[in-house]
Write a protein of this length. Structure first.
Lengths: 414, 521
């Protein structure tokens, strides 16, 4: 079956991905079908909220991770009472859902003090006793994570993971936290990452075989579902892409990298693509770059240290405050734009997100002035639906890229 | 005109729409002469400062310098209604802070490439953040530890409520979202506007109070390191500062910071100087605890905005490095003991005993003076004054040198404000009610700095706990550096409304209830 996709501003026939609707359905509920299945099989559900929590450690044998989202968020009034309207909507949406009992499937929650808002969100969840009422093994853990990429930061990371992830998982649920168990979890994690990477590579080149929206769905699913239960469908999807007829070159008007804060909203990427911009790379929290980089392990060092080093080195969160990290973040975006053939960059920031407010401001100037990319800087709500304002801004950005291209062509032709 | 406490109608001193008040306060012969002599002392400090041509040049180069014309007015705002020992305690605190800031400015302009350009002096300067604990400088007696943000934004807003607006606008025009904390926003604005002195061998930045300050530093360090060529070290202080498993990380950050300073200045760490500073820090801690002990009784003596401002300066910016503060501590303690023995009061009536919590409004630092004079609410202590009480090791031994690293790390983790806004809800939420009980307070004035996410993120829990405990909780919302969002009268109205509608009380001084001070410094 094929469908005519006008999302990217032109006519393009794409054969439907076999499992796309299945993955979309998984994203409609935090307590999705696969979470329920893993729980029914006796696995412990480790809820988490921040990309700086090393995921393989939450997916040791007998446990699986579920990064919290609040799909189909409507009113956030109760959470707004507790957190006020000045905290980002992601934190408010999660608290609202927790108060509604939407995360009662979780067996524990582990969160770093990545930002003040997420910290307060989880603390309010704890104070309001939103989870674990019927589970005596339930625990809340808060971690300190490094703010710089150096040896001292690595030592801290390792110690914190031992004290706030491995130790409580072992003590409360008897999870095997040995080096061998960690290596097995990394192998599974890497398989998912490799699949997502390989699927993501189909976004490169002038005729991509997968839309940014479709890719976003697949990537999101890997964060919120037990990994072992989605690998087969990801493999099938990758096989499918090998023979899928790619988009026509004129199917989109511009290629953009989306950079910024937490995006678990399917509609945001959809809106960008509806406005004529193909999302060729996703460098945001919940994205695949660098979130789905595999973690290579060697035998000469324990797996925990290697995982922490990898998370610290690749971490692109603006909370990393040292100069190499700061300059590295912008250089990474520029490198992605080059690798994925982007015409422009969209810096997005969830409204009230302090870290990304600053990073967006600096990144937008630096990518524009030092690297020569057209940049659109926007802030957005947690759930964007079909915002006319955002659509207009992206459309105007696409037009400006087209005009620049025409000007360049004109200059080249004398 | 009255000699006695509480006889004046302070609202009558204000001129509608004016920058300054109608006249100075008559406090009786002895107190008026004392106050006037201290006023002259401040004018002399300012006079000495402007006698140097480089400082005059700086007045024209840096936009924020114009705010320093309002220094005498700021002191007058904080001494309103004070008599006897209270007046003297206030001057001890305020005048010393003013003197310290004047020296800071003088040093900044001496080394500034654009003004004094004393390159040899500049090589001995280490720049620090505005809100940064200066513990890592305790062992460098020959170096100058200077903060550019303190005079450009922090003190400027204390002097003139509108001082930061220009820089906030600059940052927002550059693309910064308008919902971040205006303090780091204004500091970033100063950097974007290239309106800060350029000097120093190196700089030590720190993730001081919040995500905003951490990220704002990125804007500043970019200009400092990549444009001005001044190397910057980012000192990472753990957020969960009460946990044992972060202390080694914090200590190593201190070791690394010291090594960085040694490398870029050529100086070596001096343990003798460090332990001398540690002794002074301990003395300051003991004095502060003594004052707070008095404040638990019916006769509090050292309290209000002066306590907060003095503690902030002495605890963080000075950190035992300047002996004059130890002498001031001693004099303040003596005055407080005298007044306590005589059971003196700073207002004619104390109706409510309040803990002041949250992040205070900078553009209305003297609000606590108003609170006392208008409604008889005694600000017993405030969040900024409830800082570390740990005794530092003082004796120079090999073991103590190692312990001292952890002491410095502890102080750095427990910087003012962040020691409460970070570290889990216990330090912000639970300990408030412990203090309420210890100080026998019946009221909590909760500054709600609207763009402080760590604070507002506990809004609902504060209300629920206050209800459970039967404590009167009064929210006072503001936007820290920006009176355009909530004016001073807007701040006052929140108290006025609560006191009239909930407490059903009449003000002690009705002339203070509504003041037209929108244009005032």
């Amino acid at each position: 079956m094929t469908h005519t996709d006008k999302r990217l501003g032109g006519e393009c026939d794409l054969k439907d991905l076999k499992h796309l609707i299945y993955f979309e359905k998984l994203l409609l509920e935090a307590n999705n079908e696969l979470v329920q299945r893993a729980k029914a099989e006796g696995d412990v559900c480790v809820a988490y909220t921040c990309e700086n929590t090393p995921e393989p450690l939450l997916n040791l044998s007998g446990a699986f991770s579920a990064r919290l989202r609040a799909p189909r968020t409507g009113s956030m009034e109760v959470a707004t009472y507790y957190l006020t309207s000045f905290l980002c909507e992601y934190s408010r949406a999660l608290l609202e859902r927790a108060i509604e009992g939407g995360y009662s499937f979780a067996d524990c929650i582990i969160t770093p003090d990545g930002c003040s808002m997420m910290n307060r969100c989880v603390e309010n969840m704890e104070l309001l006793k939103t989870m674990g009422r019927d589970n005596p093994g339930f625990f809340w853990e808060y971690m300190e994570i490094p703010m710089k990429g150096d040896d001292n930061g690595l030592n801290l990371y390792v110690l914190q993971c031992k004290n706030h992830i491995l130790k409580p998982l072992a003590e409360h649920y008897g999870v095997d936290v040995s080096d061998a168990a960690i290596r097995r979890a990394v192998a599974e994690h890497n398989r998912v990452c490799e699949l997502i990477r390989a699927i993501g590579d189909y976004r490169k080149g002038p005729r991509p075989a997968i839309t940014g929206y479709e890719f976003h769905i697949l990537t999101l699913a890997t964060y919120v579902c037990p990994k072992r239960l989605i690998i087969d469908r990801l493999e099938e999807t990758l096989e499918e892409l090998k023979t899928r007829e790619p988009l026509a070159e004129d199917a989109y008007r511009a290629r953009v990298v989306v950079v910024g804060s937490e995006v678990d909203d399917l509609d945001f990427i959809k809106l960008v693509e509806d406005s004529g911009a193909y999302v060729c790379a996703d460098r945001f929290c919940y994205g695949s770059l660098p979130g789905r980089d595999p973690i290579p392990l060697t035998e000469d060092e324990d797996a925990l240290t290697q995982i922490c080093r990898r998370y610290m080195d690749r971490g692109g969160c603006p909370r990393y405050m040292d100069m190499p990290k700061m300059t590295g973040r912008r250089a990474y975006v520029a490198a992605l734009a080059k690798e994925y053939g982007a015409d422009g960059i969209i810096y997005e920031q969830m409204k009230f997100c302090d870290p990304w407010a600053y990073e967006k401001m600096l990144g937008a100037h630096i990518l524009r002035e030092d690297f020569g990319y057209p940049v659109l800087a926007v802030d957005r709500p947690y759930a964007i639906a079909s915002s006319g304002q955002m659509r207009t801004r992206v459309q105007a950005f696409v037009e400006s890229i087209e005009i620049k291209k025409l000007q360049k062509e004109g200059d080249a032709n004398g | 005109m009255a000699k006695e406490v509480g006889k004046d109608r302070f609202g009558d001193f204000y001129i509608d729409g004016g920058k300054v008040r109608k006249r100075r306060e008559w406090r009786g012969v002895a107190d008026t002469l004392y106050d006037y002599s201290r006023w002259l002392g401040i004018m002399m400090t300012l006079g000495k400062f402007v006698m140097k041509p480089r400082n005059v040049k700086a007045m024209f180069r840096y936009r924020w310098m114009a705010n320093y014309l309002a220094v005498p007015m700021m002191v007058d705002r904080h001494t309103q209604g004070l008599r006897g020992e209270y007046l003297r305690i206030c001057h001890e605190e305020q005048d010393l802070v003013i003197n310290d800031v004047a020296q800071l400015l003088d040093n900044l302009f001496r080394g500034d490439r654009r003004i004094g350009n004393d390159t040899e002096f500049s090589k001995k300067v280490v720049l620090v953040d505005e809100n940064e604990m200066t513990a890592v400088m305790m062992g460098f007696p020959t170096l100058k530890c200077l903060s550019r943000e303190t005079p450009s934004t922090y003190v400027s807003v204390l002097l003139n409520q509108h001082a930061a607006e220009h820089y906030i606008d600059v940052a927002q025009e550059f693309g910064l979202a308008g919902d971040v904390c205006p303090m780091p926003e204004a500091e970033a604005g100063v950097s974007i506007d290239d309106d800060a002195p350029v000097l120093g061998a190196c700089a030590i930045q720190c993730n001081t109070t919040c995500d905003g300050s951490l990220l704002g530093n990125g804007v500043i360090s970019r200009r400092l390191e990549l444009e001005d060529g001044i190397p910057v070290f980012q000192l990472a202080a753990p957020l969960r500062h009460r946990e044992d498993d972060v202390q080694e990380y914090a200590a190593q950050e201190i070791r690394n910071a010291i090594a960085f300073i040694e490398k870029h200045t050529g100086e070596t760490w001096d343990w003798k100087a460090y332990f001398e500073c540690a002794r002074r820090v301990n003395y300051a801690t003991r004095c502060r605890q003594e004052w707070l002990e008095m404040n638990r009784t019916p006769y509090p003596q050292v309290f209000g905005s002066n306590l907060a401002l003095y503690t902030e300066t002495n605890y963080m910016a000075i950190c035992g490095r300047i002996p004059a503060f130890e002498r001031a501590d001693r004099r303040i303690s003596k005055l407080a003991q005298q007044a306590y023995a005589k059971k003196k009061m700073a207002a004619k009536e104390y109706r409510h005993r309040a803990i002041i919590w949250g992040v205070q409004s900078h553009y209305y630092m003297d609000f606590l003076v108003w609170l006392l004079n208008c409604w008889g609410i005694v600000p017993l202590t405030d969040m900024l004054s409830m800082v570390s009480t740990r005794e530092l090791v003082e004796e120079d031994t090999p073991e103590n040198r190692e312990t001292a690293i952890y002491d410095m790390a502890w102080l750095t983790e427990n910087m003012i404000m962040r020691n409460r806004t970070h570290g889990g809800y216990k330090v912000l939420l639970d300990e408030l009610w412990e203090f309420t009980e210890q100080f026998n307070a019946d009221m909590v004035i909760l500054w709600e700095h609207m763009s402080c996410k760590a604070l507002t993120g506990m809004h609902g829990m504060f209300e629920e706990r206050a209800r459970e405990l039967g404590v009167n909780l009064v929210w006072v919302t503001h936007d820290l550096f920006d009176p355009r969002i909530i004016s001073r009268q807007g701040v006052r109205d929140q108290i006025n409304n609560y006191m009239r509608t909930v407490m059903r009380e009449e003000p002690l001084d009705p002339s203070l209830e509504v003041l037209h001070d929108e244009e005032s410094w």
